[in-house]
Design a protein around this ligand. Structure first.
Ligand SMILES: Cc1ncc(COP(=O)(O)O)c(C=O)c1O
Length: 437
């Protein structure tokens, strides 16, 4: 651990917990980015959270911009969601049988998002994507999938791939334990490059079951795409008889109720949601065209199941979250608040000639090393960004601001981030950046 970080890093109880955790779990964590590997130092252990803040085991409060990596649109333990969860816990935890709660959430969603004619609940975004791909392969009788470099779709084998060398679009596995055969069924294209998509389809079109993309890529920084690139990709896929899957695990119910499909006015064949849909509980779903969803068991031949799928606690937390988002007009409020936060912070950074900036869509932001142009692809991210971010991260942490612990993760605002909280955060971030350079 760099000595500089040791000086900033005085979370005594967290250190003790981490040493214990290292003995019983790989890297001391249950999901890799939590380990602070890309920023260095010891992860903070948190004991409780409320609204826009979290409290560490040492009793320190942090303004939280990680928000569990996106699900907490209303902030931690929103009172209306808490009431729904309390009620759920007092009635039943899990049936493994039919119940009305998943029906209510499914009807709520399908009545609002016309491209979701049917859906199936699962417990994670990974499962949702994996299942949607299975449906696409079954529907088309084709095996290959096209994904984009810099988009993350969970950790199922066929999506743990990176661009390989050689043939157009060829992929190599990006994780040990993924067989070359499985990785070879996925093709990888650069973002922001419709010519590359055209070329890959020209070469492999008859084998491609689906193109999958995050219409707002938010897993390698925030790589805002040109509308024409997404429209063209959809068009090319359709010309070749491939299905279009929008992975809206982050953007769904976050940038608008209907996610990027609504923002762009595009209709995917299949779509995946997670995060906000469960209000902080393990809920995700895949859905889309009825003819495709009717391929899923028990109606059709595509097998997919889950012991805790549509868990009644998660169903009611999700419904309470979405109902409140709609009732209070959350999107307009959060657009205004996040816009002001980012604009003010950006102009402060500019005035002080500090080489960082925030890129934003709706209530999602990315703090990154300054660039002249919009970053749309991973190769456009400045080489020094990761290290520069790591320094800012620790100084922000020391000032009570918790950013996701990687320069390639985005930040989230919630409805619970008050003006007062944001003002404090803004001052802390400017000071942290100033100190770090
Ligand atoms: C776009 C996208 N798809 C899929 C996933 C996987 O979801 P989960 O972590 O719930 O498995 C994520 C997770 O961050 C995601 O951002």
């Amino acid at each position: 651990m760099p000595s500089e970080q040791t000086a900033l890093d005085s979370h005594d109880l967290s250190r003790e917990y981490f040493e214990r955790a290292l003995r019983v779990s790989p890297g001391g964590v249950h999901s890799p980015v939590r380990a602070f590997k890309s920023v260095g130092g010891t992860p903070v252990f948190f004991r409780s959270a409320q609204g826009g803040t979290m409290t560490s085991v040492d009793g320190r409060d942090y303004i939280d911009f990680c928000q569990s990596f996106g699900p907490l649109m209303l902030g931690h333990r929103d009172p209306d969601v808490a009431a729904a969860v309390q009620e759920a816990i007092s009635t039943a935890w899990s049936f493994g049988a039919c119940e009305p709660y998943s029906l209510e959430l499914a009807e709520w969603i399908t009545s609002r998002l016309p491209w979701v004619e049917m859906l199936r609940f699962v417990s994670s975004g990974t499962e949702a994507v994996m299942s949607a791909l299975r449906v696409a392969r079954a529907a088309t009788g084709r095996n290959r999938i096209l994904k984009f470099e810099g988009c993350y779709h969970g950790h199922s084998d066929s999506l743990l791939v990176k661009a390989g060398s050689g043939l157009a679009g060829a992929a190599a596995s990006s994780s040990a334990g993924v067989s070359a055969n499985v990785a070879g069924e996925t093709l990888v294209a650069p973002l922001d490059d419709e010519e590359a998509v055209r070329k890959i389809f020209a070469e492999h079109g008859k084998d491609i079951a689906a193109v999958i993309l995050e219409p707002l890529p938010a897993n390698y920084g925030l790589l805002i795409q040109r509308r024409e690139f997404i429209e063209e990709t959809v068009k090319i896929a359709r010309e070749h008889g491939a299905l279009v899957i929008f992975d809206e695990v982050i953007s769904g119910f976050r940038v608008a109720l209907g996610g990027m499909a609504e923002v762009l006015g595009l209709r995917p064949d299949l779509v995946t949601y997670g995060k906000v849909i469960g209000g902080g509980f393990p809920v995700a779903c895949y859905g889309g065209r009825k003819d495709l969803m009717e391929l899923v068991a028990p109606v059709g031949p595509v097998y997919q199941a889950g012991t805790l799928s549509a868990n009644p606690v998660g169903m009611r937390a999700g419904l309470a979250t979405l109902q409140k988002i709609e009732r209070v007009g959350a999107y307009a409020q959060m657009e205004e608040r996040t816009g002001r936060f980012c604009d003010e912070l950006n102009s402060e950074l500019q005035q002080r000639s500090l080489p960082f900036q925030l890129t934003r869509t709706a209530s999602i932001f990315w703090l990154h090393a300054q660039t002249d142009d919009v970053i749309r692809r991973i190769d456009q991210i400045p080489g020094h960004h990761a290290n520069a971010f790591a320094k800012v991260f620790h100084r922000a942490l020391a000032r009570g601001v918790y950013l996701a612990p990687s320069g390639f993760e985005v930040g989230f605002l919630s409805l619970a981030h008050s003006d007062e909280l944001l003002e404090r955060a803004s001052e802390a971030l400017v000071a942290a950046i100033e100190e770090s350079i």
